[in-house]
Design a protein. Structure first.
Length: 438
């Protein structure tokens, strides 16, 4: 492809409605090249304060494509996994007039089909946990009966972060198998499951921008998936994250680059899948070295919040370079300060929770006593406006992100700010990054 210079003014359509997309919108808005930022009409209140609502139904790719043509939208940034699995990257791209930041359906299969991802990892000799794939409940139950050391049961399809169950006992594993294959809790997404060895160690999220040929690793982040403090309780979409993480040493990142990213991208090339977008490797740092827990094919949530808070450079230019295969010419750096995001959730999450609860305390949270070189940014996730009032509209409601010189101070500041936010039943983990040394 001939070089395609990023236009001086770029109209952007951002797909997605949650906390990740608010962080992306916030950073896109700072670009000197941004023209009009269009967003989904059903986006959260924070996103709609930044962008202009698209008048077309987002679930109709043909109409969106025609509308983009009329509005001279030349860059589409896809946040969540569902439109990627629906191949919006192919349906909405129209080079050289319009490009999409996000992989095609074939590339996104690394996320929407965990069994496929395991096949790619095995073929590329990427370090990962041992696993077996099942569609038959009896066979799966017979297998878990042998897993006396525990296992992880994963629905292979997209389950909004809820299709992974860490099972420390055989009884827990039986229930997880039956939820997927007998009770069909996850529908078709759970019709095939992976039963994987239970790995131990800290988790690290390594995200890389990929343009089909080359890639650029972003500063790593560390996520907290369990709902309870001390990493207890069920898995969630993410209760908080911080960046950078001391677990991701330069040596570790060299290993991840050599043993995970390079062979995975090369394997996709051999399959004639030019991957353009974000390749996210969720890693477990085991005693035997880093192993891949899963791949995502988009920015993580809430890892995006601290990463975007620290990102230096023009995000429109970065997304354009990635989407057009010109990442080698992009400029990318990160704020030397640390960032920590604490997610404030609705009572009952990750299970049933109420909506429509009035939210207060955001201004107080932003005004929590902090030094001039520190910063507090509040990203909306599950919020909306009702009769002029800000109310809850999801399980994960707000992501309170703080920037400070040290990780420990960023954690302390984000936790103090989160405590200022009030709505009935609000809760958050007070230990996100709390054990980090200054």
């Amino acid at each position: 492809m001939a070089k395609l210079r990023c236009p001086d003014t770029v109209n952007v359509l951002l797909l997605g409605t949650g906390g990740r997309e608010h962080a992306l919108a916030w950073r896109l808005k700072k670009s000197r090249r941004l023209g009009t930022l269009w967003v989904e009409p059903g986006a959260n209140a924070g996103i709609l304060e930044i962008g202009r609502a698209c008048p077309e139904p987002i679930d109709d790719a043909f109409r969106i494509s025609r509308w983009c043509e009329r509005e001279n939208v030349s860059l589409i940034v896809i946040g969540p996994e569902v439109p990627l699995a629906a191949d919006y990257a192919t349906k909405l791209a129209d080079p050289p007039r319009r490009f999409v930041f996000g992989p095609t359906k074939a590339g996104a299969q690394l996320e929407w089909d965990k069994a496929f991802a395991k096949q790619v990892m095995r073929a590329a000799s990427v370090p990962t946990g041992d696993s077996r794939t099942f569609t038959d409940a009896e066979q799966a139950l017979a297998y878990v009966a042998t897993r006396i050391d525990g296992c992880v049961v994963k629905a292979t399809g997209l389950c909004a972060g809820k299709g992974v169950v860490v099972c420390k006992t055989i009884d827990e594993a039986r229930r997880a198998v039956e939820d997927c294959l007998v009770r069909k809790v996850f529908g078709d997404a759970g019709s095939t499951i992976l039963i994987e060895e239970l790995l131990s160690g800290p988790e690290v999220s390594v995200l890389a921008l990929c343009d089909g040929q080359s890639f650029w690793m972003l500063d790593p982040a560390q996520d907290h998936k369990r709902v309870g403090e001390g990493d207890t309780g069920p898995n969630t979409g993410g209760m908080g994250a911080f960046s950078p993480t001391p677990k991701a040493t330069p040596e570790l990142l060299r290993i991840v680059e050599r043993d995970v990213l390079v062979p995975t991208i090369d394997a996709l090339k051999r399959m004639d899948i030019p991957f353009r977008g974000v390749l996210y490797a969720g890693m477990m740092i085991t005693p035997a070295g880093p192993k891949v827990l899963e791949f995502n094919t988009r920015f993580g949530d809430p890892e995006t919040q601290p990463i975007m808070a620290r990102l230096k450079g023009d995000l429109v230019e970065l997304c354009w370079a990635t989407a057009t295969g010109q990442l080698g010419e992009a400029e990318l750096s990160f704020d030397p300060r640390a960032a920590c995001c604490v997610v404030v959730c609705a009572k009952g999450y990750p299970n049933n929770y109420a909506k429509g609860l009035e939210i207060t305390g955001l201004e107080e949270a932003k005004a929590v006593d902090h030094a001039p070189d520190e910063e507090i940014v509040i990203f909306h996730a599950g919020t909306t406006r009702k009769n002029g009032r800000l109310v809850t509209n999801g399980g994960r409601v707000l992501g309170v992100t703080a920037l400070a010189k040290t990780s420990a101070r960023a954690s302390e500041l984000a936790t103090k700010a989160a405590a200022c936010i009030k709505f009935e039943g609000a809760f958050f983990r007070r230990d996100i990054g709390a054990n980090l040394k200054p």
